[in-house]
Design a protein around this ligand. Structure first.
Ligand code: NAD
Length: 730
């Protein structure tokens, strides 16, 4: 497959055009690297060629490296995976260095051929690292384009020279947000940041690139780091100006990652060590740290869940094979917090929305939520009045069920009350087409029981959004006992239209995400009841890689919601109810009026503006502190509380695909992304170790930590969830 084309024009300018067949965006493959290398060799060897333009045949330059290649890099040399990775990366570096030196005499720095990168649009990852080794980067003035090195977001770092080149070009301070946060910019901002050299009107891109090639002098081809006495902006680690940058960056990395993301620390080490040696050695150091990161199972786990599997689910990996079910007109019942958000994301995706509530005032208030978001976007320069008018124009507010006529999907988000839900189901179904699909956004009520109010239970489904709807990327689709394939396809097509990530689960109490979140939060409160300091509880979770601890999470979602769920669960479970110790905390807190952030009092104290002011000391009066709680035990309890629930959900058939369990956990409740999700985490520690932890916890804290049979069996057989030794779960 030809991924790069090569042509030389009458003026001796060679153009290497990246254009991977059958893809809308170029991604770098192993074959592509070889082809690019061969074309660069040909251009440098051909005396008729004066210089080279590297560009793309597509609207964008490139989306980056094919992450599948990176995820499987260790498999290229089974006997010595680290060497296999190191050698492959070294070959990529050699190509970039060849482009950079362009055939020049290294002593005189003369005789090289100018190589310019001409970027028509987005250039990410290796799609920017290769241009950074060219002698000039010219981008088309395409405000939609994104230029940057976002690798850190999937658990790796720019390992094809981008880390070293950007840090040496801009200095550690200026490069930090681009490398450590993976911040991307449009072309004008990328130029202002010093990442690229020039922005030109799109129709002049190639002409300007050619003009530059033909006018380039020897000195234009010499990179600053190849000139004698080059001083890296802002100073190196042992320079008085550079020193504080590295101290600050170390603190920033540690406070953001709590030490659990290997990539950020490795990146910083590569820059810190690299700046103290000559450039070619720095590149070798970058290679070693990159190999180190790829050898860490966290990198593979993150790429697998956050990129490969997330992408597969978004593309409909579990979509039934039925025709296109894209939504034209959605009826949203209930314009409260959830309904308002669902109306916004739908209208924003171009879908007509009928937003119904029991009063017009409530419906209008729900629509005003969209106005607020759109105004906010305009203020930040990310939206226009025209776009705002278009989106708002798609939302019709009403109290009249007759307006639901013609809706091909209903999403119900009224009060969490089966009688109210049954009533609106009947009223809506009397009006909507017989083919329409009806979905409930319930968070706790079983879909099968709600579907009894429907005359078409096979067209009844759960579409469970998370709050706030416009920010949370996960949507949990729940199949009731009678839900048919077309309803699943409709829900999946809808989620795809609004650009979120779906998982499809079977009906059970709390479905999947809440089923796991609740034991996590409850374990946190149990620890408090036992006298463990709240700060230790939350920090243990952060040390595990959770963005917020369980107590902070309860404060955000509110304690009265917890009390409501506890009451309903107790009513449903009777004597089997296992959480009385948790209820001691929840109901006492509610009794104190400490409902969480919304009442400006919860496990934390808050100021008038709702800002956290530290943990509330009054808790210790009721639940006296015990000294000497063991951090590892606290961590294990918080982790196992949710991981075991995920395994049980798989055993029970609520989850049918571990990919959904992992992606859903990361996007749904921020489950330690570094681990790739609960099943990824179990693979990292191994089933044997997991069972040993369970046995210890069960002996000390009870049956909720009993190792599920599946896990015990996997431990005995040496199986994993992913990979060659993967267990088969029917
Ligand atoms: P909410 O109280 O903010 O909004 C409910 C809205 O429904 C109100 O505007 C109310 O006027 C309207 N309503 C009630 N009865 C109605 C009727 N008969 N006809 C028309 N409108 C009616 O509640 P919410 O937080 O938006 O939750 C709505 C649903 O979403 C619930 O089922 C809830 O369990 C679920 N949910 C909530 C969250 C969350 O975090 N709040 C998350 C996921 C799912």
């Amino acid at each position: 497959m030809t991924e790069f084309h090569y042509a030389v024009d009458a003026d001796g300018v060679a153009t290497i055009t990246w254009d991977v067949p059958g893809k809308s965006m170029n991604v770098m493959s192993e074959a592509g690297l070889l082809q690019l290398g061969a074309h660069v060799d040909a251009a440098l060897a051909d005396p008729a060629v004066k210089g080279v333009i590297l560009t793309s045949g597509k609207a964008d330059f490139a989306g980056g490296m094919d992450l599948n290649v990176i995820a499987t890099a260790g498999q290229r040399n089974a006997a010595d995976p680290a060497k296999g990775i190191f050698d492959a990366i070294t070959a990529m570096h050699a190509l970039c260095r060849k482009i950079e030196l362009a055939g020049m005499d290294r002593k005189t720095q003369k005789g090289g051929k100018p190589i310019v990168a001409a970027l028509p649009g987005t250039a990410l990852g290796i799609g920017l690292e290769i241009p950074l080794s060219c002698h000039r980067i010219i981008a088309a003035d395409n405000p939609k384009a994104q230029i940057g090195l976002p690798e850190i977001k999937v658990g790796i770092f720019p390992g094809c020279g981008g880390t070293t080149r950007l840090a040496w070009k801009l200095g550690a301070m200026a490069a930090a947000p681009l490398l450590l946060e993976g911040k991307t910019n449009d072309p004008k901002k990328a130029k202002a940041a010093g990442v690229i050299d020039e922005v030109v009107p799109a129709d002049q891109l190639l002409a300007r690139a050619k003009e530059w090639v033909l006018g380039a002098k020897d000195a234009d081809l010499v990179k600053p780091w190849d000139t004698k006495g080059y001083k890296i902006p802002g100073g190196t680690p042992y320079h008085p100006a550079g020193f504080p940058t590295f101290v600050g960056a170390s603190v920033m990395v540690h406070s953001n990652t709590w030490g659990v993301y290997p990539a950020a620390k490795a990146l910083l080490s590569a820059v810190y060590e690299g700046m103290q040696v000559p450039f070619d050695t720095a590149i070798r150091i970058e290679t070693r740290w990159f190999t180190h990161v790829l050898m860490n199972p966290s990198a593979t786990a993150m790429i697998r869940s956050l990129f490969v599997n997330k992408g597969a689910l978004e593309k409909g990996a579990n979509r039934p094979n039925v025709p296109d079910e894209r939504v034209q007109k959605v009826g949203v019942l209930g314009a409260g917090m959830m309904g308002a958000g669902i109306a916004y994301v739908s209208a924003n995706a171009g879908i007509e929305v009928v937003l119904l509530d029991s009063t017009l005032e409530a419906a209008e208030k729900g629509k005003a939520y969209s106005t607020g978001i759109l105004d906010g976007a305009i203020k930040k320069g990310r939206g226009t009045e025209e776009k705002k008018a278009q989106v708002l124009g798609r939302i019709k507010t009403t109290t009249d069920y007759a307006d639901l006529e013609g809706c091909d999907l209903i999403v119900e988000a009224v009060f969490e009350d089966p009688a109210v839900k049954a009533d609106v189901t009947k009223k809506a179904e009397a009006v909507i087409p017989a083919t329409a699909i009806y979905a409930s956004n319930t968070s706790t009520l079983p879909i099968t029981s709600l579907s009894r109010a429907s005359v078409r239970p096979e067209q009844f489904i759960g579409i469970h959004f998370f709050s706030p709807v416009d920010k949370m990327m996960l949507v949990e689709i729940i199949k009731g006992a009678q839900t048919g394939e077309r309803a699943v396809a409709k829900a999946l097509d809808f989620v795809r239209q609004i650009r979120k990530t779906p998982i499809v689960v079977n009906d059970a109490r709390f479905f999947y995400a809440n089923r796991c979140i609740i034991p996590y939060i409850n374990e946190g409160m149990r620890l408090v009841a036992e006298g463990v300091a709240p700060a230790m509880v939350d920090h243990a979770a952060q040390l595990l890689g959770f963005p917020v601890g369980p107590l902070q999470l309860v404060d955000e979602t509110s304690l009265d919601l917890g009390a409501k769920i506890a009451k309903a669960t107790k009513a449903a479970m009777g004597n089997d109810y296992p959480d009385d110790a948790v209820d001691d905390v929840v109901f006492w807190m509610v009794g104190q009026g400490r409902l969480g952030r919304k009442s400006k009092a919860g496990f934390f104290d808050y100021d008038e503006a709702g800002k956290r002011q530290g943990y509330w000391h009054g808790l210790a009066d009721k639940f006296p502190r015990v000294d000497g709680a063991d951090l590892d035990t606290v961590k294990n309890r918080l982790m196992m509380a949710q991981v075991l629930e995920a395994v049980r959900a798989l055993e029970d058939g609520v989850l049918t695909d571990i990919r959904e369990g992992d992606v859903g956990a990361i996007l749904g409740w921020g489950f330690a992304p570094w681990s790739g999700g609960p099943f990824g985490w179990l693979d990292i520690i191994g089933a044997k170790q997991a069972v040993a932890i369970c046995d210890t916890l069960e002996a000390a804290h009870g049956a909720r930590f009993k190792a599920p049979a599946l896990l015990r069996d996997m431990a005995a057989k040496g199986q994993t969830f992913y990979g060659p030794k993967a267990v088969k779960v029917a």
